[in-house]
Design a protein around this ligand. Sequence first.
Ligand SMILES: Cc1cc2nc3c(=O)[nH]c(=O)nc-3n(C[C@H](O)[C@H](O)[C@H](O)COP(=O)(O)O)c2cc1C
Length: 214
Amino acid sequence: MSIYVLGIAGASGAPYARRVLQQMLLLGHDVKVVITDAGRKVLEVEEHLVLTGNTDADTPALIDWTESKGANGKLELYHHKDVAAPIASGSFHIDGMAVVPCSGGTLGRIANGVSNGLLERAADVCMKERRRLILVPREMPVSLIHLRNMTSVTEAGGVILPAAPGFYHNPKTIDDLVDMVAGRILALLGVDSKIMKPWLGTKSQTQNTSEGIY
Ligand SMILES: Cc1cc2nc3c(=O)[nH]c(=O)nc-3n(C[C@H](O)[C@H](O)[C@H](O)COP(=O)(O)O)c2cc1C
């Protein structure tokens, strides 16, 4: 069992967060979740998930959203302004963190050490403790400022994983596309999820008839 932090910022791509969180919980990992105000807005727009900002009330709503009731993993939700939460300190062990999706604003604050909210502080801690940090930006096109911020995070040891699913797996549904991104995030965090099958070359494409092209 591992402990992960999942930050949800105000970029488009809430379904990626839902799938990552669901898999972590179902596979028995504990997840500390932090959502920015804009992240809550996007959850409302894209997933029709209305959160109040009250962590006690919002926790069951998040579990319902991920369809992970009864999972062995424990979800703990922290308010974005709760900078005294355990994950604000490097002394509290976590195994890794992902920000899914990551807005340009959150990317900029993390890249520049502006830790005025819990999400950015937890990411800052992750980098200083040399723990795995994955940011999943969703923006197009990107400006030079975005690119520089992505470079800074990469130089500090973070991983930039753009929400850019490939099509070589011949996706049939939106869920297939979501799984391609979510699967890569989980794999980079060491979560043994089976939602994304590896590419085995073009030969296996013609050999595999029932499972699609993997
Ligand atoms: C529906 C919606 C979609 C958005 N999509 C994006 C996006 O894809 N990428 C992005 O960087 N910002 C996006 N934004 C803008 C951010 O939410 C905004 O810059 C916000 O201040 C970011 O705050 P945060 O970094 O604290 O989450 C979106 C906003 C809304 C309401």
